[in-house]
Ligand binder design. Structure first.
Ligand SMILES: Nc1ncnc2c1ncn2[C@@H]1O[C@H](COP(=O)(O)OP(=O)(O)O)[C@@H](O)[C@H]1O
Ligand SMILES: [Mg+2]
Length: 431
């Protein structure tokens, strides 16, 4: 049976000639639909009537996300570029289009590329019901050696719903890492609305992550552009601010966010990403594969990250949510082994010794050990929020700050200096 192909080729002068030549029976290719733009192509792909798409690089609104969605729909992609346009070819390849030909290639050659693209598997295709279909780059995470970006480490700070303290941990971790001398970029990628700028007292008019994602989607994001979009808090600490309004989440396209993180690895030794919560699987099971997914950006961050922190609260309700979130994460990204951070630990909501009780509950119901306990300290967090400063500035001797500094030391591998208070305490106990 002939290969069923969609086309979305600009350049009216030769489009019909090409399609006509391609359609000839002896090439083994049938053009089932000639699409005029990206949205028509995505809609056609969702019908399942074609297994490959031939598209031109300069198609308006074509970006990595569209390519990822074609892949998710099981449609193999072949790209056409103006002869000699290396940049366009590189852009398509960066989006995962492995077969790129000059637009003046012979119909026979194009037909062969289409067959090869399909034979190579629906381009790294994923089952449509698999939420990872929303991710860029197909079914396998890139091995570290193959990364397009730089050398920096990406840490995702994630956790269940219910405000367990993801932002507090992300801001504290980034601030402490910078104080340990590690050049750090803090990225606010909460698709439910970002608050990092406000927490840090930044008068945010900066376009931040959404602008970086827009540039990435058009292939125009490089290190200098990312640096210009980030807000420099101190020389070692920059912030890429988040969505000012939660309803603007479609601006954080998964593939573009992943590209921003690749670039962030070049810019900073450590990138800390404040993520949204929940993976909302019911949404992922949507029939319309072309529909954008709110949590796609969160998934993209979790898959790209070198380290994932799962931040949970320390009361029975928060623990229950944390256990469920760990299960969800395991279902969606089984290779991700998060570090478990239990925040807001205090006496009261759990009986007896809270750390022991919490550790036992998480071991029993999630099969996980707690990597870090952070104490509740409303005085310290309120003082920080009231002044738009960090815990290191407003409560430098607090146990919460010490905990965050220890976490930063662990994540960066840079030992934290022992604080005066702890030195005094150990001198007292020694003497
Ligand atoms: N260890 C802590 N002790 C006291 N208050 C905390 C602690 N961690 C977070 N908070 C407070 O809890 C609230 C929610 O924290 P936040 O970091 O914004 O949560 P999330 O990002 O998970 O929604 C904030 O008012 C914050 O100051
Ligand atoms: Mg938050």
């Amino acid at each position: 049976m002939a290969l069923q192909v969609f086309t979305a080729v600009t350049g009216a002068a030769w489009e019909s000639a090409l399609v006509g030549a391609l359609d000839r029976a002896d090439h083994g290719v049938t053009v089932v639909r000639r699409c005029v733009d990206v949205s028509e192509l995505l809609a056609a792909a969702a019908t399942g009537t074609g297994s490959a798409a031939l598209l031109s690089a300069d198609l308006r609104r074509l970006d990595g996300d569209a390519v990822a969605r074609l892949a998710a729909a099981g449609v193999a992609v072949v790209g056409l570029v103006e002869p000699g346009d290396e940049r366009a070819a590189a852009r398509l390849q960066a989006w995962g289009v492995l077969h790129v030909l000059p637009a003046d290639a012979a119909a026979e050659e194009i037909a062969r590329a289409l067959r090869e693209a399909v034979a190579g598997g629906p381009p790294r295709g994923r089952d449509i019901a698999d939420p990872r279909a929303a991710l860029p780059g197909g079914s396998r995470p890139e091995p570290p050696g193959e990364r397009a970006g730089g050398e920096g480490t990406v840490v995702a700070v994630w956790g269940p719903t219910g405000a367990p303290g993801r932002t507090t941990v992300a801001v504290g971790l980034a601030d402490e890492a910078a104080r340990l001398g590690v050049e750090t970029l803090l990225v606010d990628a909460d698709v439910y609305g970002g608050v990092v700028a406000q927490v840090l007292g930044l008068l945010d008019e900066s376009p931040g992550l959404a602008a970086a994602a827009r540039r990435a989607a058009t292939g125009a994001l490089d290190e200098a552009a990312l640096r210009a979009l980030a807000w420099e808090v101190r020389p070692a600490l920059s912030v890429l601010t988040g969505l000012a309004r939660a309803d603007r989440w479609p601006e954080l396209r998964p593939s573009a966010v992943a590209q921003v993180l690749d670039e962030a690895r070049r810019l900073a030794a450590l990138t800390v990403v404040d993520c949204g919560f929940s993976l909302e699987e019911d949404e992922e099971l949507s029939f319309d594969s072309a529909a954008p997914r709110r949590n796609g950006a969160t998934l993209a961050v979790l898959e790209a990250a070198d380290v994932v922190l799962c931040v949970g609260g320390a009361d029975p309700v928060a623990l229950q949510r944390c256990i469920r979130a760990l299960g969800d994460l395991r279902d969606v990204l089984p290779d991700v082994e998060p570090l478990l951070v239990v925040n807001q630990v205090r006496r009261g909501p759990v009986p007896g010794d809270p750390r022991r009780e919490i550790a036992e509950a998480l071991d029993r119901f999630a099969g996980r050990a707690v990597d870090c306990f952070l104490p509740a300290d409303r005085g310290a967090t309120d003082a920080a929020l009231a002044t738009g400063r960090t815990l290191a500035e407003v409560a430098p001797g607090s146990a919460l700050r010490e905990g965050l500094r220890g976490l930063a030391a662990r994540v960066t591998g840079v030992p934290a200096p022992t604080s005066r208070r702890i030195r005094a305490r150990s001198r007292r106990s020694a003497g």
